[in-house]
Design a protein around this ligand. Structure first.
Ligand code: CP
Length: 299
């Protein structure tokens, strides 16, 4: 791989290769790098805890030199653009940049530039795509069920604003899972119908193998929009009562951060059926696999 920008651009074979390599890293495999020294910079222009810090841990576990960068103390504050920031990183010898940015498809200009040599890993582009979260979610599902074919997976909540939902619906559908959607109609778009079926939450919960709850993304909503946490939880959330209807062996996922008692009841977050903590852990290992593939130019 030269870059990782969307999951759609990966072949099924590349996806499975990254999942298996993530599992191998989790079980102690090591990287034998082709070069003595690699530099990676994590350029986060939107807030992040999991993606940013798990990339940092993945890089350090691989022995990569992590170039410190914080948008609020960089020349971005003097008006420097994303393009010129990445051009600078490339010029000073950074092999790969991990970028989170609020603009969808921010990477187009970067990868088309003949002056930029650095590889780009997309750590989330606005409401566009979140390919590394998708891969860690796939790894978590694969660890649980050993396959995607015929699994019933529901993606529930603020789907329109979720880059995680978009990456996951595309890839789960392609890998043979039956994808379902639920949540407020105003946060659902009919264009998602090509990947799955929209149903009220109470009609699908007992049939699902995976319930993937999404965060309500207030930062992407109209600030004048009224919102009641209790009402959302009651109508669209995974309540304790609803969780009792889940089938045996079914799991709960959430990309986090979690709004406890909004999209999911507080007591379910670390409960027996939850894989939310495991998702975070798997994020480190799948990101090791992604870094290795990008830095060595192969999946
Ligand atoms: N899941 C996820 O992307 O979390 P962060 O925003 O904390 O990186």
């Amino acid at each position: 791989l030269k870059h990782l920008l969307t999951v759609e651009a990966l072949s099924d074979q590349e996806v499975m290769g990254l999942i298996h390599r993530g599992q191998a890293f989790k079980h102690g495999s090591i990287w034998l790098p082709e070069k003595k020294q690699y530099f990676v910079a994590n350029l986060f222009f939107e807030n992040s805890t999991r993606t940013h810090k798990s990339f940092e841990i993945a890089e350090k576990k691989l022995g990569i030199d992590v170039v410190d960068f914080a948008a609020d103390t960089s020349s971005v504050q003097k008006g420097e653009t994303l393009y010129d920031t990445v051009l600078t990183m490339s010029a000073i010898g950074v092999d790969c940049v991990v970028i989170r940015h609020g603009d969808e498809n921010y990477y187009d200009q970067l990868i088309q530039s003949p002056s930029i040599q650095s590889s780009v890993i997309n750590g989330g582009d606005g409401s566009g795509q979140h390919p590394t979260q998708c891969l860690l979610d796939l790894m978590t599902i694969y660890e649980e069920f050993g396959s995607f074919k015929g699994l019933n997976v529901a993606i529930i909540g603020d789907i329109t604003h979720s880059r995680v939902a978009k990456s996951n619906m595309q890839m789960l559908n392609r890998l043979g899972a039956n994808v379902y959607f639920s949540g407020p109609r105003q946060w659902y778009d009919e264009i998602f119908d090509v990947y799955g079926t929209y149903l009220p939450i109470d009609e699908l919960i007992s049939e699902m193998d995976v319930l993937m709850m999404l965060r309500v993304q207030h930062e992407r909503h109209d600030p004048d929009e009224s919102f009641s946490k209790q009402e959302y939880h009651h109508k669209f959330g995974l309540t304790v009562e609803r969780a009792k209807q889940m089938k045996k062996g079914a799991i709960i996922m959430h990309p986090a951060p979690v709004n406890r008692d909004v999209e999911i009841a507080d007591s379910l977050v670390e409960g027996l059926q939850s894989r939310i903590v495991k998702q975070m852990t798997n994020g480190v290992y799948v990101r090791m696999a992604i870094l290795e593939a990008v830095l060595q130019g192969k999946a």
